[in-house]
Write a protein that binds this ligand. Sequence first.
Ligand SMILES: [Zn+2]
Length: 87
Amino acid sequence: MIDVLGLGGASGGTPDPVGELICSSKGCRAEAAWGLLWNNPKLHTPQRRKVWLACDEHREHLEQFLGARGFHKRTVPVEELERQEPA
Ligand SMILES: [Zn+2]
């Protein structure tokens, strides 16, 4: 099967750079260990990957939140994410 759209499957896409490595879960200020890559096809181009950061405690909760909406693509260690330049 030829991937005519060039989406590259689940491993494709370009994650947005991330700033401070703090968990994205509401009210949590823990250091993030994971980057959850997601895409809302109604809002984002297919190659775009929004990034939510998660600590170990909230990774599963956030994955389920995105997964329930069909937005979750994959989860990577924060070491693999591109970092924003400090302002
Ligand atoms: Zn957290």
